[in-house]
Design a protein around this ligand. Structure first.
Ligand code: G6Q
Length: 554
C-alpha cells in the first residue's frame, strides 16, 4: 500500500460519485436485463445478489482498485499466515485456523497450530459424547438435560446466536440457556426453571476475570451447592472454557473439565473454538464440525477468489461505497428467517467492536468515516415497525435481506409468504413509487382528483434505495458457518481499507474502570461529591430511592 495510490483510488471514486449522482436503479434494471447475473455470485452455499445497488461496472472496478491500492491481498495472506496483525495487543488473528478443515499448514512462531486445535476438538467430542450418552452424570446420578452457558460479549453472543439458529438440530431432550447480564434477574430467571441435578454450567471466559461472568458463575455455584450440599458436585456440574488455566483452577473447576483456547482467538471470533461447546452440546460434534466446514469453505473462497468474484470483498466495498461516498451511517441486517433472530445482535458486536475506531493502525486520526451502525430485526416483524423509515425517511440505509429457500418448519403457505415479503421489500426499495404512479393508483381506486392530489405525495416512495439479498437452501450448520465467516471477512476487508486495527477493543475499557470505582460509592450511603454533578446526582438519588423503599417496607 502506498498513501499516494490509496489517495488516487479514493479521488477516482469521489469523482465517479459526482458523475453518478443521479444514478437510478430502475433505469439500470430497464437497460440491462442481465443485471442480476452480472451483479450476483454464489459461493460456499450462499447466493449473493447485489444488483439492487447504486453501482455500475465502473463503480465496482474503481472499488476493486481501492482495495488493491490498500494492499488487501497482502493483508489477507498475512492474516491466514498467522502474522501478528493485531499490533496493539501484539497478537496473531487466527480464528480461521480453528476451522482449517482442508489442512493448510498454519504456524505460529514456527509451530503448527493444527495439533492444538485438533486436541481440543477431540476432548470436546469425548465430553459431548459422554453427556449425550448419559455416561456423564450429575451428583445424584442423573444425566444432564440443561446446559447453562455463563459468559458475556464474545463468550456469549456467538454461542447464543448459533445455538438458536440451529435449534432444529438440537439433540432430543437437551436444552440450552444463556446467562450474560450481571443484572441478577438474568441468572435468577434462568435458574428458576431448572433442576440442579440435571443442569450443566459452562463458564465461558477467555480471561476468566470478567466481572459479570465471575459473579454469575459464583452465584450459580452457590445455587448448586445449596441443593447438593457437597463440594464434589461442582466437578460434575461445572466445566470451563478459557485461556486461563490458573484462574479456572482457583474457581474450583478441575483442569480435566477445562476446554482451552488461545490468545490468537479474539472474543468475538471465538464461537469456532471451545467457546462453541454449548452449541456442540446441543447439536453434537458431527454437526458442529459441519459448522466449521462451512466457515472453512468461505475462508477458502476468500483466500483464493479474485476480488471481482469474492463475496466478502464485494460486500465490503459496497459498504465502503455507501459509508464513505454517500454518507450512509447505518446498515440494516434483516433476516427473513426466525432462526436468525439473534444474528443482527451478533453482527453488532462483530462489526461495531471491530471497526468502531477513529485512529489508524499507527495511531493517527482516520481520514474517513469508519464502521457503520449495524442494526436489524427479523422480517416480517420489522415491516410492521421501522421499515417506514427505510422506505420513506430521509436517510440512505443499505439493507441485507437474508432468506432460506426451504423452511426447517414448514406450515401451509407461510414460508412462501415470508419469502414473498422479503423479496418484495428489496424490490420496493429499488423501484419505489413515483408521484404519477401514486396518483394514478388513487384515481383508479375511485378517489376524487383533489383528494388524490393531496394524498399522493404521502404515497410516493423515492426508491433507488440499496439492498443485498443473501439466499441459501436452508439454514443448516454448514451454511451458518459460511454465513458468519462471510461477515467476518467483510469486516476485515473494511478494516483494511480504513487502515484500522479491527481486532482490538480498547473502547470498552473506560466504562469498566469507572464502574469499578463507582460500585464502592453505590454500596455506601454517604452523600457523594467527588464526581461530576450528574454522577453525584444519580448516586444520591439511588440512595434516596432505596431509603424511601426501606421506609415504605417498615
Ligand atoms: C470480544 C471482546 C469482548 C469479550 C468479553 C468477554 O471480542 O473482547 O466482548 O469477549 O468482554 O471476555 P471474556 O471472555 O474474557 O470473559
Amino acid at each position: 500500500m502506498t498513501r499516494r495510490n490509496v489517495q488516487d483510488a479514493w479521488s477516482q471514486l469521489e469523482a465517479h460519485r459526482a458523475r453518478v449522482a443521479e444514478i437510478d436503479m430502475r433505469r439500470l434494471f430497464a437497460e440491462d436485463p442481465e443485471r442480476f447475473s452480472v451483479f450476483s455470485l454464489a459461493a460456499a452455499g450462499i447466493l449473493f445478489d447485489y444488483s439492487r445497488h447504486r453501482v455500475t461496472r465502473e463503480t465496482m472496478a474503481l472499488l476493486f482498485d481501492l482495495v488493491r491500492a490498500c494492499g488487501l491481498r497482502e493483508r489477507i495472506d498475512a492474516m491466514f499466515r498467522g502474522e501478528r496483525i493485531n499490533p496493539t495487543e501484539n497478537r496473531a488473528v487466527l480464528h480461521t485456523a480453528l476451522r482449517n478443515r482442508c489442512g493448510r499448514d498454519v504456524r505460529l512462531d514456527g509451530q503448527p497450530v493444527a495439533p492444538l486445535v485438533e486436541s481440543v476438538l477431540l476432548r470436546m467430542r469425548s465430553f459431548v459424547g459422554k453427556v449425550h450418552s448419559g455416561e456423564w452424570k450429575g451428583y445424584t446420578g442423573r444425566r444432564m438435560t440443561d446446559v447453562v452457558n455463563i459468559g458475556i460479549g464474545g463468550s456469549d453472543l456467538g454461542p447464543v446466536m448459533v445455538s438458536q439458529a440451529l435449534k432444529p438440530w438440537w439433540q432430543p431432550g437437551m436444552r440450552a440457556h444463556f446467562v450474560s447480564n450481571v443484572d441478577p434477574s438474568h441468572l435468577l430467571e434462568t435458574l428458576a426453571g431448572l433442576d440442579a441435578e440435571t443442569t450443566l454450567f459452562v463458564v465461558a471466559s477467555k480471561t476468566f476475570t470478567t466481572a459479570e461472568t465471575m459473579m454469575n458463575a459464583h452465584a450459580a455455584r452457590n445455587w448448586l451447592l445449596d441443593q447438593a450440599s457437597d463440594e464434589s458436585a461442582v466437578a460434575r456440574h461445572f466445566v470451563a472454557v478459557s485461556t486461563n488455566a490458573e484462574r479456572v483452577a482457583a474457581f474450583g473447576i478441575h483442569p480435566d473439565n477445562m476446554f482451552g483456547f488461545w490468545d490468537w482467538v479474539g472474543g468475538r471470533y471465538s464461537v469456532w473454538s471451545a467457546v462453541g461447546l454449548p452449541v456442540a452440546l446441543m447439536i453434537g460434534m458431527d454437526l458442529f464440525e459441519q459448522f466449521l466446514d462451512g466457515g472453512c469453505a468461505m475462508d477458502e473462497h476468500f483466500r483464493l477468489a479474485e476480488f471481482e468474484s469474492s463475496m466478502p470483498v464485494i460486500m465490503a466495498v459496497l459498504g465502503i461505497w455507501y459509508n464513505d461516498f454517500w454518507g450512509a451511517e447505518t446498515h440494516a441486517v434483516l433476516p427473513y428467517d426466525q432462526y436468525l433472530s439473534r444474528f443482527p445482535a451478533y453482527l453488532q458486536q462483530l462489526d461495531m467492536e471491530s471497526n468502531g475506531k477513529s485512529v489508524t493502525r499507527d495511531g493517527k486520526p482516520v481520514a474517513s468515516a469508519t464502521g457503520p451502525i449495524v442494526w436489524g430485526e427479523p422480517g416480517t416483524n420489522g415491516q410492521h415497525a421501522f421499515y417506514q423509515l427505510i422506505h420513506q425517511g430521509t436517510r440512505i440505509i443499505p439493507c441485507d435481506f437474508l432468506m432460506a429457500a426451504c423452511s426447517q418448519r414448514p406450515l401451509g403457505d407461510q414460508h412462501e409468504t415470508l419469502l414473498a415479503n422479503g423479496i418484495a421489500q428489496g424490490q420496493a426499495l429499488m423501484r419505489g413509487k413515483t408521484h404519477d404512479e401514486a396518483l394514478a393508483e388513487l384515481l383508479a381506486a375511485g378517489m376524487g382528483r383533489e383528494a388524490a392530489e393531496a394524498l399522493a405525495p404521502h404515497k410516493v416512495f423515492a426508491g433507488n434505495r440499496p439492498s443485498s439479498t443473501l439466499l441459501y437452501r436452508e439454514l443448516d450448520p454448514f451454511t451458518l458457518g459460511s454465513l458468519i465467516a462471510l461477515y467476518e471477512h467483510k469486516v476485515f476487508v473494511q478494516g483494511v481499507v480504513w487502515n484500522i486495527n479491527s481486532f482490538d477493543q480498547w473502547g470498552v475499557e473506560l466504562g469498566k474502570q469507572l464502574a469499578t470505582a463507582l460500585q464502592r460509592d453505590l454500596a455506601g450511603d454517604c452523600r457523594i461529591q467527588e464526581h461530576d454533578a450528574s454522577t453525584n446526582g444519580l448516586i444520591d438519588t439511588i440512595h434516596a430511592l432505596r431509603r424511601e423503599l426501606t421506609d415504605d417496607q417498615d
